[in-house]
Design a protein around this ligand. Structure first.
Ligand code: ADP
Ligand code: MG
Length: 615
C-alpha cells in the first residue's frame, strides 16, 4: 500500500506541475504527462496484457488501457493521465477498506499461539504447539495465550476470552475446568493437561473457518461475475460503433470527436464500484460478526440469514444450559450412592451434557478398568458393562425397547431409568435451566418477523412442553430420536415460502445431521461438539442464543448496503454512459463519476463493520 501511495504522490506532482506550468514547447508538458502516466499506469497495462494471454480479455484493466492509450492517440494527454491516476486513487481507497475489514478478522488471526511451554520430567521447554501430544502437560504463565485445548490440573486463574467470544468479562477457571486455546491467561500460572492436538484445537479450527469464509460466494457476488462477463464485451462493442458509425453517417463531425466520446464511454463503463464494493460488504459483514463472537463460514450464509423465516432450536445445550442438577434419586434394592455410581460409570465416555452433569454430581474418581463395554444409543441412553454386570441407563423408550419392567414417574424433569442385568433398580431425576437470554431472544426474533419458532427435543413431552411454554415458542416436538429430528426438519422445510430459509440451531449432540440438512446450520461453539462445528454454517462462540438476533440484524444490514450499492452504482453508470455517448460529458466527468461512485460505495460498505452487541 505504501508503494502505491508513493507512486501516486509522485505522479500527482508531475501531473500538477505539467498542468500549471505551460512550457513554450508543448512536448515538454506532454513528456511530463507520459512519465506520470507510466508511473501509475504501467502496472495496469501489464495486468491487462497478462489477462489477455490468460483468455480474460474484457476486464477493467483492459478498459482502462484502451481508453487511456486512445486518449493519447487523440492528443488528450492530461485526460489519459487523470484516468489512470484517479483509478489508482480509487484502488488505494479500496485497499484501505479491505485492510480495515480484514483487521477485525486478523484480530482473530492474532489468536494464533507461537509456542507452548511443555513440562517434561520437571523441566520446562518451549516447543511449537503442533508438536504437543494429547496427555502432555503444558504450563501457561500469566499474559500468555493458551496454545492448545485442555483441562486444568493445577492452579486457578482468570482467562480473557475476548478474541474467541467477543465477551469482555474474564472467565474464571479452576482445577478440572476445560479450557479453550486462544484465550489469554490473566493472573496466575496454570498447569494444563492437553486434550486435543493443535490441529483439532479451537484456535486452529477457528482459523481454518475464517480463512475459508470468503471462498463461499453469495448469489450477489456471482451476479457481479456474470454481469461483468456480458457487460464488458457489450460496452466495448458499443464504443466501437460509437467511434466509427456516427462520423460516417453525420457529415459535420470528425472522427476524433467521436473517438473521444467512445473513449470516455469506455472509461465510465468500468464497473469498478460494483466489483469492489459488493464483496467488500460481505467481507465486512463476516468481519463485523467475528468481532462479537459469531463465525460465519461464507457470504452466502449472510444472504440466506437475511431471509430466515423459520428457526428451529434444539433444546438441551441450546435453549437450556445443558447443566443438569440431580433433583431426586429413587433407588430400589440398592442404596442411592450405589445407584449414582453405576450411572456415573455408565456415562463415563459420553459427551452428552447429561453425562457431564451426572459425573459432576458423583464427584469421585472413576476406575475406567471397570468399564468393560460401552454403547451409546443416541437420544435414548447407554448400555454398558460395568464390572460383571450389564447396565442400562436411559429414558422410557430405552426401557420399553429392552422389555424392562419399570415404574414410570411423571415428575417434571429428565429421568434416567436404570436397570442392572435387565432388572429395574430405580431412577434419578435431573433438571436443567433455560439459558438466561433465551426468553428475550425468542421475543426479539418474533419482532424481527420470524414466522415460526420451533423446538425439537429428544426429551420427554412434559419437559419439552414446559420449556416451550416458558419461552413462548410457537411449536414443540418432543421424544424425537436423531432421525425423527431430521424428518421434522424436512417437513418444516416444506412449510416455508420459496425464497424463505430455515435455520437450525443446535449444540451438535445428537443433531449434526439436522445441522447439515437445514438451509443454515447454526452451532454452539463453546459447548458444541466438533462434528457440529464442522457441519454448521455459522458458529456462535459464546453459546448464547441471543447472538442469533445479532447475526440476523447484521445480515439484513449487509444486504441493505449491498442493494443500495448495486442500485446506486448502476444508475449513475447508466446516466453518465448516456451522457458521454451523446457527447454531453467530458472524460473528466467520466473519471470523477467512476472514482466517486467507487469511493462512496466503499464507504457505504464499511458501515457493516460497525456492529453493536444487542444486550
Ligand atoms: P435434546 O434433543 O433435548 O438435545 P437428546 O436428543 O440429546 O436431547 O436426548 C434425548 C433424551 O435421550 C434425553 O432427554 C435422555 O432421556 C436420553 N439420553 C440421551 N443421551 C443420554 C445419555 N448419555 N444418558 C442418558 N440418557 C440419555
Ligand atoms: Mg441436544
Amino acid at each position: 500500500m505504501k508503494k502505491k501511495l508513493i507512486k501516486i504522490i509522485l505522479a500527482l506532482i508531475l501531473f500538477a506541475f505539467s498542468m500549471v506550468i505551460k512550457f513554450e514547447n508543448v512536448w515538454i508538458n506532454n513528456i511530463l504527462f507520459v512519465i506520470s502516466y507510466i508511473i501509475v499506469g504501467f502496472e495496469i497495462i501489464i495486468k491487462a496484457l497478462r489477462n489477455i494471454f490468460r483468455g480474460k480479455v474484457f476486464d477493467e484493466n483492459f478498459l482502462m488501457t484502451i481508453a487511456t492509450i486512445g486518449a493519447f492517440g487523440i492528443g488528450e494527454f492530461p485526460e489519459a493521465v487523470a484516468v489512470m491516476l484517479f483509478y489508482q486513487i480509487g484502488e488505494l481507497f479500496q485497499d484501505y477498506a479491505i485492510d480495515k475489514s480484514r483487521k477485525s478478522i486478523s484480530d482473530l488471526m492474532d489468536i494464533k499461539p507461537d509456542y507452548a511451554n511443555i513440562e517434561k520430567n520437571g523441566n520446562i521447554q518451549k516447543v511449537s504447539p503442533d508438536s504437543v501430544k494429547i496427555g502432555d502437560t503444558i504450563i501457561v504463565k500469566p499474559g500468555e495465550r493458551v496454545p492448545l485445548d485442555g483441562v486444568v490440573i493445577e492452579g486457578t486463574s482468570n482467562l480473557d476470552t475476548k478474541a474467541l467470544t467477543g465477551e469482555s468479562l474474564p472467565r474464571n477457571v479452576k482445577k478440572d475446568d476445560e479450557i479453550l486455546s486462544g484465550s489469554i491467561n490473566l493472573n496466575s500460572i496454570l498447569k494444563i493437561k492437553v486434550t486435543k492436538e493443535y490441529n483439532e484445537s479451537t484456535v486452529s479450527r477457528i482459523l481454518d473457518l475464517v480463512e475459508n469464509a470468503s471462498s463461499k460466494k453469495s448469489k450477489s457476488e456471482n451476479f457481479i461475475t456474470k454481469f461483468a462477463h456480458y457487460y464488458t464485451p457489450i460496452v466495448v462493442f458499443i464504443a466501437l460503433i460509437l467511434a466509427v458509425i456516427p462520423p460516417i453517417i453525420i457529415k459535420e463531425t470528425t472522427f476524433s470527436q467521436w473517438i473521444y466520446r467512445a473513449l470516455s464511454f469506455l472509461v465510465v463503463s468500468c464497473p469498478c464500484a460494483l466489483v469492489i464494493s459488493i464483496p467488500l460488504s460481505f467481507f465486512g459483514g463476516i468481519g463485523g460478526a467475528s468481532k462479537i463472537g459469531i463465525l460465519i463460514k461464507g457470504s452466502n450464509y449472510i444472504e440466506q440469514l437475511a431471509k430466515t423465516e423459520i428457526i428451529v432450536f434444539d433444546k438441551t445445550g441450546t435453549l437450556t444450559e445443558g447443566v443438569f442438577d440431580v433433583q431426586k434419586i429413587e433407588a430400589i434394592g440398592i442404596n442411592k450412592e450405589e445407584l449414582l455410581k453405576i450411572i456415573a460409570y455408565a456415562e463415563n465416555y459420553s459427551n452428552h451434557p447429561i453425562s457431564q452433569s451426572v459425573k459432576r454430581a458423583y464427584n469421585k474418581k472413576i476406575d475406567e478398568k471397570q468399564i468393560k463395554k460401552y454403547e451409546e444409543l443416541a437420544g435414548r441412553g447407554i448400555i454398558a458393562t460395568i464390572g460383571e454386570h450389564e447396565v442400562v441407563v436411559g429414558n422410557e423408550e430405552l426401557m420399553k425397547e429392552r422389555k424392562i419392567k419399570f415404574e414410570k414417574t411423571n415428575l417434571i424433569g429428565t429421568i434416567l431409568y436404570v436397570a442392572i442385568e435387565n432388572k429395574y433398580v430405580g431412577y434419578i431425576l435431573i433438571s436443567d435451566k433455560t439459558k438466561s437470554d433465551a426468553q428475550d431472544t425468542i421475543k426479539k426474533l418474533k419482532k424481527n418477523n420470524i414466522k415460526q419458532i420451533v423446538m425439537l427435543t429428544g426429551d420427554k413431552k412434559n419437559v419439552g412442553e414446559s420449556v416451550a411454554k416458558e419461552l413462548g415458542l410457537d411449536k414443540v416436538y418432543t421424544e424425537l430420536l436423531p432421525d425423527g429430528k431430521v424428518a421434522k426438519v424436512e417437513s418444516l422445510l416444506k412449510e416455508k415460502s420459496q425464497e424463505g430459509k430455515l435455520a437450525f440451531v443446535g449444540d451438535g449432540i445428537n443433531d449434526a445431521p439436522v445441522l447439515a440438512i437445514s438451509d443454515i446450520g447454526i452451532a454452539m461453539g463453546g459447548l458444541g461438539a466438533d462434528s457440529a462445528i464442522e457441519a454448521a454454517d455459522i458458529v456462535l462462540m459464546t453459546d448464547e442464543p441471543s447472538k442469533i438476533v445479532n447475526a440476523i440484524d447484521l445480515s439484513k444490514k449487509t444486504m441493505r448496503i449491498v442493494k443500495q450499492n448495486i442500485v446506486f452504482a448502476i444508475s449513475i453508470k447508466i446516466i453518465i454512459l448516456i451522457l458521454s455517448a451523446l457527447g454531453l460529458s467530458t472524460m473528466w466527468w467520466a473519471v470523477f463519476a467512476d472514482v466517486g461512485v467507487s469511493i462512496l460505495a466503499i464507504i457505504n460498505a464499511l458501515r457493516v463493520l460497525n456492529v453493536k452487541q444487542a444486550r
